[in-house]
Design a protein around this ligand. Structure first.
Ligand SMILES: *Cc1c(COP(=O)(O)O)cnc(C)c1O
Length: 239
């Protein structure tokens, strides 16, 4: 029983190696460099001990959904110096705590949040990197910008010198099949390309965050630079 953390580590090491192999293969098949895809471990519900163990492995970034968990992992120094991105739904009353704590806030879904992040970043004398979350399936139950809201959001962001738009993020509808999911990823890539034409280099737009445990290879084929993987690294979540 005492050996469980070690067994846990070995299991996780094997799973991360398998994922890395699949990332490299998918990148190669798409004519891309494996180094152009960052592995973001979606560590919601995981303890600091498990996160610290996983940080020893070939993971590039930790992705957090809940402010409290992020703070606990940071206080426990569980990332071992690796970057942390906020990927969860963002409430305006959490902006103060999150600006400057997350290397990139991936889940910005309103102009109001962009403004609040700008204000907070100004107070802290920093520039906050963000991605805009896109509601690809136009789902009422989900946050994110609708496609047609992106240009107005970018225009606004150009006036906010404390936020830097690094790209787009999306979570396709859960009930989409494999082909549909791939098409959503393609839609996001095309959106990113159009926005790049218009706003690069004023905004770096160097990231496309898409693809999860069941879909990261399709996402890489469509140009993902960050894949966010939870279950395939940590196992099924209990809550
Ligand atoms: C949990 C989560 C993931 C990872 O999902 P898995 O199916 O566990 O790989 C990716 N993105 C976001 C925003 C998440 O909340």
């Amino acid at each position: 029983m005492k050996q469980e953390p070690i067994a846990g580590l070995e299991g996780m090491r094997g799973r991360v190696n398998t994922i890395r192999g699949k990332i490299s293969a998918a990148a190669e098949k798409a004519g891309r460099l494996p180094g152009g895809v960052f592995l973001c471990a979606a560590c919601k519900t995981q303890s600091s001990e498990v996160v610290r163990m996983s940080a020893e492995l070939d993971i590039d970034i930790f992705g957090e959904n809940r402010m409290q968990e992020m703070r606990a992992h940071q206080e426990d120094k569980a990332y071992l110096g690796k970057p942390c991105h906020y990927i969860g739904q963002l409430q305006s009353n959490k902006v103060r705590q999150i600006v400057g704590s997350a290397d990139i806030i991936q889940s910005v879904d309103s102009v109001r949040l962009l403004e609040l992040i700008h204000q907070e970043a100004e107070k802290k004398s920093l520039v906050q990197d963000v991605l805009l979350e896109v509601n690809l399936g136009r789902e009422a139950s989900k946050g994110g910008f609708m496609e047609e809201e992106l240009v107005p959001a970018f225009e606004k962001a150009l006036t906010l010198d404390r936020v830097r738009l690094r790209g787009l993020m999306a979570i396709p509808p859960f009930d989409a099949n494999e082909d549909e999911t791939r098409r959503y990823f393609e839609d996001l890539r095309i959106l990113q390309e159009k926005l790049r034409e218009r706003y690069h280099p004023a905004m770096p737009l160097d990231h496309l965050s898409m693809g999860m445990s069941d879909s990261f290879e399709a996402a890489i084929a469509e140009g993902a630079t960050i894949v966010r993987i939870g279950r395939a690294i940590f196992g099924e979540r209990r809550k």
